[in-house]
Write a protein that binds this ligand. Sequence first.
Ligand SMILES: [Zn+2]
Length: 225
Amino acid sequence: MAEHIIHEYDKQAFNCPRCGAFANQEWYLANAIDKFKAEYHGSTVGKGSIDEFAFSKCIHCHQVSVWDKKKKTMIFPKNNNRTFDLTEIPKDLAEDYTEACLVIGDSPKASAALSRRCLQAVLREQGFSDKSLYKEIQLAIDSGKLPSHISESLDAIRNIGNFAAHPLKDTNSGEVVPVEPGEAEWNLETLEFLFDFFYVQPARTRKRKEALNEKLKNAGKPEMK
Ligand SMILES: [Zn+2]
């Protein structure tokens, strides 16, 4: 998994709090906008200054994050310390994951409901489809296609989540039901393993292959299939 650089005030590049990609950030302050606006209206004095804020714009997704200049802390989006690069992840999955990250501090229950639903969607997309999440996890484990650390993480989801006592978690994965301590975090970490295995690594291999074929082609040699 690529290293994730936590966002920091005035830093040139980090994993974007909006899209997750590692990208350069353009920093700017509000007073510049304010001055421009004031001049446009024929005044030399800015009104309604929002001097206390700074803004970082991601050059990858062009979305802006808002910072408290004095405290040097991020105000928007709500602090999300998980910064998995979601560039290669299908949009609907990335959305559920991001939302599960954002709400975990306020509502682990809501977060776990989202991450279970996302987990189920990933498994189903990979062909592990059954009547319940419990059985889908079993199918994935039994397939022998997953590395052992992922199988173990998946298996633990059922145990930590105490699926036996909360059948709704199993049969209706998006349901908001009580969570056990550590469950919401565990689900997110497992999702990151799955994302990495099913989407990030294959994309990386594809790119390496393309680069290699380019070299082979330039050297007049047959390309690798
Ligand atoms: Zn971004």
